[in-house]
Design a protein around this ligand. Sequence first.
Ligand code: CA
Length: 379
Amino acid sequence: MDRRRFLKVAATGAVGAAALSVAGCEQAGVMPPGQVEGAVSEDSSLPAIEWQMATSWPPALDTIFGGAQTVAKRVEAMTQGRFKIEARAAGELAPGLEVLNVVEEGAVPIGHTASYYYVGKSPITAFGTAMPFGLTSRQQDSWLYEGGGLEMLQEVYAEKFNTIQFPAGNTGVQMGGWFNKEINSVADMEGLKMRIPGLGGQVMDRLGVTVQVLPGGEIFQALQTGAIDAAEWVGPYDDEKLSFHKAASFYYFPGWWEPGPSLEIQINLDEWNKLPEQYQEVLKTAAYAANATMMARYDAKNPAALSRLINDADITMLPFPDDVMKAAEESAFELFDERAAGDADFASIFKEWSAFRTAIQSWHGLAERGYLQYVGQSR
Ligand code: CA
């Protein structure tokens, strides 16, 4: 893109807006809404665009729905209001688990969602969010941005879903969720009805769990009424907001199926191709901003929520028993081999992903883990 030209246009727009604003105030005292914007658009070669964004999230979650809002706010700020995106709650433009479907059809130009909600369409969508026993948030970003992961996934998204996607948020290692009874061994998982999406759900299925996928806004009621026995969402801050501690007593960790899940914006490819190159760059940059901001927000908000849950809620917090972790890990890697045998795209991405995972876990297992282990046990 011609970056110098873009900066010049952007600067002219800002100066124009300021000058008009002063003139308007002097003449009429009050600026009619939209007057400045219209004037700027007339001066600019960049089009005025308004998009509605479908999301999978309840707006009460300023963390995850906040990721969608960050994208919208950054895009609007970087285009002096010429490119507007409105993030809409799950269910307003599309059901929470059908965002990719409406983006693929072109009914909605952009969505913010978790790609693994769509593993039924293709197992490769799991890589876009999280693989069980996979990558932490930093490792996931490293693989997507610098390890070739995003490029590989974008090729498949373009071909299969007529969509282009960019990471736009991460939660960090999740909690293992809420259970209405204590889990002492893998045998206690048998017959449980649990809300858990993605390949993690398919692993749970192999452990005898009856798996359901519900959008975030529908979990509490299902757990409280006993329609399900267990549910996972994200971690202390979100889970407390959704009141899961009032519906189940046992809170497990870690969420081995989501060690660093990415959320993403998904854009219909025809709509993407119609955008000026400058707006494409703005969207990419806004997605980067959302990716960093969401992770920082979760890390800033989770500690206090964890403390409240430990001190004020009548719950028991426990690690998954070792045999659950081992059985899950074994089932996960069996599942990966089966998916690779049945899907050529999955096989080729899995090969690259596995090599990346082995290498980065070896590196992070040294200084990173050594440091965290030390400070975790010291004052
Ligand atoms: Ca989760």
